[in-house]
Design a protein around this ligand. Structure first.
Ligand SMILES: Cc1cc2nc3c(=O)[nH]c(=O)nc-3n(C[C@H](O)[C@H](O)[C@H](O)COP(=O)(O)OP(=O)(O)OC[C@H]3O[C@@H](n4cnc5c(N)ncnc54)[C@H](O)[C@@H]3O)c2cc1C
Length: 495
């Protein structure tokens, strides 16, 4: 991936901007030192690195608003950042841009049990929300594996998912209200503590917008009562096909487990070596299934699921007998990425979604590609919703391996689209999948999406270079007529 040439005019405003930021922010919240800026140079997609021109770390909505207003007036780009765990390069800084770190907005503002809602600042970690309400028997359902670190603001921007999203929905289904600062410094409030609101669903538009439309400064989330019982099943199969078919059987029987994840042999072995959850090392595929609800219902469903697994020829099956054992079943899956990090110097985590029934075909094609590119791959899936996370193993110190891993990853995503799936399940487009957007969307589709961006940020200053493969001027978009998918004036320089 090519980083854009820095804009000299923006670089020339650095000292002036720093002075203006320091008028309302303490000096340690305006980072300019080269070594300190290195701390922000990448997010979870570590293959790409670029320190920002300046990093600012405000503590209030008013400070975020003032800072954005200044950048807008100066025509300087801004990249919002939560915890920096994005795996698609969404929070990758720009050499001529200001990185807006939201980690200091980290307070739980209010917990409203009667309305089953919590109001939090964007820098609060996902896990901290559940911890704040667990004393009263509540929790926040979407649970990315990165939940110990990732921020709720980042979750909103990426529409993050997790193991429990199969039954309880993604971030978008668990957000009731937002406070958002627009690029011109205006503060808007959307939704509240109620279920629906009149007018366009702007919360839906903002959720998953990857920091391109506005900066989230407050989030009202839905909290749920903890189920009476949660029980895990750990089921080994001698083929991925059998595991995949069993997933279809369970969903087909009308059962929506709280979570249903699959790992292939390389991922099982890496996880077992890392945290010893007791995974069956002779299995080709492992299903981790969680059933939750009232005890009587969970007992009943456990027997149905056990029967379906046995019918599909499960080679091992354990049912958790305690909460510790259930959590242990999940420990290996939740640590799958770091576990794979131990068996390879580098790995590239892909994220595509396919119709569940195409899993055996996609895995077979992936194995062929693995041979073609000479790179190993370990697979973890959100099996219930067809979201794949192939982890391509490579060594960045070997010349050409990163490029081969990128090409392999792009082929996997093209395959997802080819079989009727989509480019991303939960990690977002960022810079990683930006240039593949054309495989899913026509020029007309993309322009329509960019018009929405222009309505929020007409100068294109908020997180530019992410999501959209080409950057059109908003004025140009408004006037452009596209015929037969062909751009007019294709030789016109676009930035
Ligand atoms: C080990 C590991 C496991 C992971 N597992 C999962 C998983 O199971 N499910 C999943 O969905 N993701 C997962 N992720 C990806 C990542 O954790 C999520 O995308 C997460 O939501 C990012 O949150 P963050 O606070 O780190 O955001 P960042 O990485 O800082 O930013 C992500 C994007 O959000 C924007 N942004 C951040 N904060 C704001 C804000 N307040 N307002 C506007 N825009 C903002 C940024 O500009 C960027 O585009 C995983 C990552 C790692 C490293």
């Amino acid at each position: 991936m090519q980083m854009p040439e820095p804009d000299r005019a923006a670089l020339g405003q650095r000292s002036e901007l720093v002075a203006r930021f320091r008028e309302f922010l303490p000096s340690d919240s305006v980072v300019v030192d080269e070594a300190a800026l290195r701390a922000f140079e990448c997010d979870g997609l570590t293959a790409y690195r670029q320190p920002p021109m300046i990093a600012v770390l405000p503590e209030t909505t008013a400070e975020v608003s003032r800072m954005l207003k200044l950048c807008k007036a100066a025509g300087v780009k801004v990249v919002p950042r939560g915890a920096g765990t994005s795996l698609s390069g969404g929070a990758l800084p720009l050499a001529d841009g200001v990185l807006l770190g939201l980690a200091k907005l980290n307070r739980v503002l209010e917990i409203d049990y009667p309305n089953r809602a919590a109001v939090v600042q964007p820098g609060v970690t996902n896990l901290a929300i559940s911890q704040a309400v667990e004393g009263e028997g509540f929790y926040y359902a979407p649970d990315p594996s990165s939940q110990i670190a990732c921020s709720i603001g980042g979750n909103v921007a990426e529409n993050s998912g997790g193991v429990h999203c199969l039954k309880y929905g993604l971030t978008t289904n668990n957000i009731l209200g937002l406070e958002v600062v627009l690029m011109d410094g205006e503060v808007i409030r959307l939704g509240g503590r109620h279920l629906d609101q009149p007018g366009y669903d702007l919360i839906g538009v903002l959720t998953g917008s990857e920091g391109l439309l506005g900066v989230v400064t407050e989030v009202t989330v839905r909290i749920l009562r903890r189920p009476e019982v949660a029980r895990g099943l750990l089921v080994g199969f001698d083929s991925v096909e059998a595991g995949g078919a069993c997933v279809a059987d369970i969903i087909g029987a009308g059962i929506i487990p709280a979570g249903m994840e699959m790992m292939d042999r390389p991922a099982i072995h890496a996880a077992e070596a890392f945290c010893h959850p007791g995974y069956p090392l002779d299995a080709e595929a492992l299903l981790i299934i969680e059933l939750d609800g009232p005890a009587v219902e969970v007992d009943h469903l456990t027997e149905i699921v056990r029967g379906l697994c046995e019918k599909r020829g499960a080679v091992s099956l354990r049912v958790s007998a305690s909460e510790t054992e259930r959590l242990n079943f999940w420990a290996g899956r939740k640590a799958a990425f770091p576990a794979v990090g131990r068996i390879s110097p580098d790995y590239y985590c892909m994220d595509g979604t396919i119709p569940r029934a195409r899993l055996p075909h996609v895995l077979a094609r992936m194995a062929e590609m693995s041979g073609k590119y000479g790179l190993r791959v370990a697979n973890v899936f959100h099996a219930g919703d067809g979201n794949l996370h192939p982890l391509i193993l490579y060594d960045a110190n070997e010349p050409g391996e990163l490029e081969r891993a990128e090409d392999f990853g792009a082929d996997i995503l093209r395959l997802c689209v080819e079989v009727g799936g989509v480019l991303t399940g939960e990690h977002g487009v960022g810079v990683e999948k930006r240039d593949l957007m054309g495989t899913m969307f026509t020029e007309v589709d993309l322009n329509q999406q960019q018009r929405l961006k222009c309505a929020f940020d007409p100068d294109g200053l908020l997180n530019p270079g992410k999501v959209f493969p080409t950057l059109h001027r908003c004025a140009e978009l408004g006037r452009m007529h596209i015929h037969g998918g062909r751009m007019p004036f294709p030789d016109l320089p676009r930035f």
